[in-house]
Design a protein around this ligand. Structure first.
Ligand code: NAD
Length: 510
């Protein structure tokens, strides 16, 4: 343990606990039954926030407000330009308040402050990008239907959208959904994770300041049961946009089927990176450590499974282990920290359980492999960990561990590597490392994943769509596809001129 790079507690002064309330029809309010829940910082154990704990009545009130705001029509029929102006203003306000939001995000989630700042800055860019899309909503026209007919295909907002978000990137993920839905003209009810609700409330404050009309955005704080379940089943909701675990995604999909509402799911992953012998191993090793330790591995895109050619497996593993030793982990408030605290003791036990089960089954821990506490709190950190000597069917090699734990597998041929990648139930993202572009492209064409990175890992751009194959989800966020998710297609057919529709009257000469 002492051989690793540990950042001690920074002792930074933290703000008074944040008070989070529901936003319903433009007003901040307490739960109907007065319930609250408290959140303590996973890194420091200090009280960070007290939030209203919603019940079914609060969820129903928020849905009613979103439904009324949509049906009233002012927002849905407003010009793209006016919606864009609000979204642009929100981007500006996020940047103005970046430090405050990032600090709260770090305190609630345990992520390093440098990564929280990057997350909030990236979110501002999403609001700006979505503003540009608000002015580009258009369908088609058909003038080849016949001399007297004109057809128009309209793109219209889908209606009321429920958005349910996880705790790992609370501000970024709501910003992958909400500005795109608002650009489309939808209204929304957002339920952030019960573990990290506060920055979503700040976003609500900024939207009000930017001039969003009352009822267009509603926020209900609380747990999956009952708030998330009401948002998934209520017939007044037209679409549910969910990001979270595959297990909850399946539940939501089943719950939503009762009213056949549209469902968009961004779920888990066990993302492979395949390293060929001709790859630049130094470049690959650095990207691999970033890919698995970023956000303490609590990341859907974590590159937590490397599949390395057996000729270079030892050399690459040594490089990754050497870099792992140098990754600064510890107090997330220290600007030098790159791996912060684990979100909860329950999640810590899950991560460690995977590692210990692998060891009991014959795996070797090349570095790390233990939880670690400081300041009498915790253990709240998990050491950057590399596990080798694995069989592909071991849980640590197939399941989403969601911690700073790298599973190392080996291969001999491209076909074998593809079998290992495509044998997974997940299909979120994949990576390939080789100097030969045709190797990279054959891999990219054949791997089952929504995103493929070649000689890089986890770059993201608002322009590039994101989503998963198989049990990693359905639908896409970002890019123009991210807007299309929130649009319905309406066909309008028009008879023009003096002609009449031919049937009884015209056939009988009437
Ligand atoms: P989770 O599924 O436990 O919870 C996500 C949200 O769903 C929370 O707001 C929770 O309160 C709510 N919820 C729980 N039960 C519900 C129910 N029955 N009905 C409705 N809502 C319910 O996920 P988490 O632990 O917060 O986040 C981690 C997971 O999210 C990981 O699996 C990760 O891969 C995934 N994730 C995916 C992406 C992506 O874009 N693909 C991004 C981030 C996180």
């Amino acid at each position: 343990m002492t051989e690793m790079t540990i950042i001690p507690s920074a002792g930074v002064a933290t703000p008074a606990p944040f008070t989070g309330r529901h936003l319903i029809a433009g007003a901040w309010c307490d739960s109907a039954d007065g319930s609250v829940s408290k959140r303590h910082s996973p890194a420091h154990g200090t009280h960070v926030s007290t939030s209203a704990k919603g019940g079914a009545a609060d969820a129903h009130a928020a849905i009613a407000a979103a439904r009324a705001a949509f049906d009233q029509g002012d927002w849905a029929f407003s010009s793209g330009a006016s919606r864009a102006a609000i979204l642009l203003k929100v981007a500006e306000l996020i940047e103005r308040d970046l430090d405050r939001i990032a600090l709260l995000e770090t305190l609630e989630s345990g992520k390093p402050i440098s990564q929280a700042k990057a997350e909030i800055g990236g979110a501002a860019d999403l609001w700006r990008y979505a503003a540009s899309l608000a002015r580009m909503i258009h369908g088609d026209s058909h003038n080849s239907l016949g001399p007297d007919m004109l057809g128009v295909v309209l793109k219209e907002p889908i209606g009321v959208v429920s958005m349910i978000t996880p705790w790992n990137f609370p501000f970024l993920i709501v910003s992958q959904k909400l500005p795109f839905a608002l650009a489309a003209g939808c209204t929304a009810v957002v339920k952030p994770s019960e573990l990290t609700p506060s920055t979503t409330c700040i976003l609500g404050e900024l939207l009000i300041e930017a001039g969003l009309p009352a009822g267009v955005l509603n926020i209900v704080l609380g747990f999956g049961d009952p708030v998330g379940e009401v948002l998934s089943t209520d017939s007044r909701v037209d679409m549910i946009s969910f990001t979270g675990s595959t297990g909850v995604g399946k539940r939501i999909s089943a719950a939503a089927s009762g009213t056949l509402k549209k469902v968009s799911l961004e779920l888990g992953g066990k993302n492979p990176q395949v390293i060929f012998p001709d790859a630049d191993l130094d470049q690959a090793a650095d990207a691999i450590t970033f890919g698995v330790y970023f956000n303490a591995g609590e990341c859907c895109n974590s590159g937590s499974r490397i599949i390395v050619h057996e000729d270079v497996a030892e050399a690459l593993t040594e490089k990754v282990v050497a870099l792992s030793r140098r990754v600064p982990f510890g107090d997330p408030l220290d600007p030098a920290t790159q791996v912060g605290a684990i979100i909860s003791p329950e999640h810590m036990a899950k991560i460690d359980g995977y590692v210990q089960a692998a060891v009991a089954d014959g795996a070797r821990v090349a570095i790390g492999g233990a939880a670690f506490g400081v300041d009498g709190v915790g253990p709240q950190f998990y050491q950057p960990t590399v596990v080798t000597d694995l069989r592909p069917d071991m849980p640590i090699a197939c399941d989403e561990v969601f911690g700073p734990v790298l599973a190392v597998l080996t291969f001999k041929t491209l076909d074998e590597a593809l079998r290992l990648c495509n044998g997974a139930t997940y299909g979120l993202s994949a990576g390939v490392w080789s100097k030969d572009m045709s190797t990279c492209l054959s891999f990219a064409r054949r791997v089952h994943a929504g995103t493929v990175w070649t000689n890089t890992w986890m770059d993201g751009y608002p322009e590039m769509p994101f989503g998963g194959f198989k049990e990693s989800g359905q639908g896409r966020e970002l890019g123009r596809y991210g807007l299309e998710e929130f649009l319905e297609v309406k066909t309008v057919q028009m008879r023009i001129g003096d002609t009449r529709q031919p049937w009884v009257a015209s056939s009988q000469g009437l």
